[in-house]
Ligand binder design. Structure first.
Ligand SMILES: Nc1ncnc2c1ncn2[C@@H]1O[C@H](COP(=O)(O)OP(=O)(O)OP(=O)(O)O)[C@@H](O)[C@H]1O
Ligand SMILES: [Mg+2]
Length: 411
């Protein structure tokens, strides 16, 4: 009996120990440690069970890893998207939101998760869009304006979201920032209407005087005729100037970003050439030009364009100076740039106009500069030429005290 009892105990131990051990291992699996492995016992049935369970754990582990990788990939795509992406549920709560979308609401993505979209997006147009999106199964899109310091224009799309059982679970909203595009569109429209207007004004004058001349009787004085012809000539010249400036601008725009071929150019020669192109108006207004430029200062640039830029600035300096005024042109070599300053003592420019005078057709005093024959394209051309040289231009000016235009070109 004792022998049988000992044998019995031995057999029980042989069975229960491995079962205990397997239970331990299974517990590890249950805790999520799928890298753990069960010890394989000697008994055939138990060893098969252990091998199968290990296999199962390994398969599960691989699947979970693959799933994790995929979700990380998706997360990365989601986060790096330029477009804003928001998924909301039927209760209008945010399920996911990416950084681009969160930025529109001036918050970070984690701050926004699980919050009600309407509480975050305090914008009537946006709220109406969401209500419409949740009420329909069809995708649709719209442009909305988010009003704030710098208004944002968003092109926004919505698509219905369904779960795996095809139940409606919310809506996916994707939006693109089209502010810049819209701005460019407006700029182009304004430009076209400005050009038409600027061309129409002299044409109307020309037409009027041609008709007057045609209707004149032989008794009218020759002097009148000459006067009218002079006005016609002035207006034709104005149109030619305008068209030349427009051509310059479009040529420059096409040039930007292309292969630049600069030449080594002596600065003093270049500036004297620019002064020479303006000599008529300089003499007419009796303006003194003082040039301070180092001898033999060679700079790599496009000489024709740079001469045009300096001539435009000089033309302004003289045009907006009083009679017998003074204009100083100073060229100096800084650390990594050449600086050219054109300084006048003329009427100056109020601060509120200073950032806008480089825009096409912008003139501080429209009526007066039209009288003086300006098109309002001069500084726009200068800006493009300086940009083409990777340089910078700024203006310092005080009303009635004069203006300085400062160009700096990297060397
Ligand atoms: N040196 C200056 N002093 C005062 N105002 C200036 C000066 N330079 C430019 N401005 C102002 O900036 C505006 C834009 O200058 P811009 O050279 O682009 O046009 P414009 O001189 O009117 O015409 P144009 O195209 O014939 O040069 C001018 O109309 C003028 O009001
Ligand atoms: Mg000008």
């Amino acid at each position: 009996i004792i022998a049988a009892a000992i044998a019995g105990l031995y057999v029980t131990k042989r069975i229960t120990r491995p079962v205990e051990q397997m239970k331990e291992g299974a517990l590890q699996f249950a805790k999520g440690n799928l890298k753990a492995r069960l010890a394989v016992p000697y008994t055939r049935e138990l060893s098969q069970l252990a091998v199968t369970m290990n296999q199962m754990a390994q398969n599960l582990d691989e699947k979970i890893e693959a799933f994790k990788n995929r979700s990380m990939e998706l997360e990365a795509v989601h986060a790096s998207m330029q477009e804003g992406v928001i998924a909301i549920d039927q209760d209008e709560k945010i399920i996911t939101i990416n950084d681009a979308a969160a930025k529109v609401f001036d918050l970070s993505a984690p701050q926004l998760k699980n919050r009600y979209i309407l509480e975050v997006a305090r914008n009537i147009e946006f709220q109406k869009f969401i209500e419409k999106a949740l009420a329909t199964h069809k995708p649709f899109d719209d442009n909305i304006v988010i009003t704030r310091d710098n208004d944002l224009i968003l092109n926004i799309h919505s698509t219905a979201l369904y779960d795996s059982l095809k139940n409606r679970m919310g809506t996916l909203i994707i939006f693109y920032d089209i502010t810049r595009m819209k701005k460019l569109e407006t700029m182009h429209k304004d430009f076209a209407s400005n050009v038409s207007h600027e061309l129409k004004t002299p044409l109307t004058t020309i037409k009027g005087f041609v008709e007057t001349l045609q209707g004149m009787s032989p008794s009218n004085s020759v002097k009148d005729r000459e006067n009218f012809l002079k006005i016609i000539e002035q207006n034709v010249n104005r149109m030619i100037d305008l068209i030349n400036d427009l051509l310059s601008l479009s040529r420059l725009e096409r040039k930007e970003g292309t292969n630049i071929q600069f030449e080594n150019q002596d600065m003093e020669t270049l500036i004297l050439a620019a002064v020479n192109t303006c000599h008529t108006i300089i003499d007419k207004k009796n303006i003194t030009i003082n040039l301070d430029c180092p001898k033999d200062l060679m700079v790599m640039l496009d000489p024709i364009l740079m001469e045009q830029a300096i001539a435009n600035l000089l033309d302004n300096a003289v045009k907006y100076s009083g009679k017998a005024g003074q204009v100083d042109i100073t060229v100096s070599k800084k650390d990594e740039a050449i600086e050219i300053v054109i300084k006048d003592q003329g009427r100056g420019i109020n601060r509120e106009h200073q950032s806008r005078i480089f825009n096409r057709f912008y003139r501080v005093d429209r009526a007066r500069s039209r009288q003086q024959g300006g098109t309002g394209l001069g500084l726009a051309i200068v800006k493009h030429i300086i940009q083409y040289h990777n340089g910078k231009i700024e203006v310092k000016s005080q009303r009635y005290k004069g203006s300085s235009f400062i160009i700096s070109i990297p060397v």
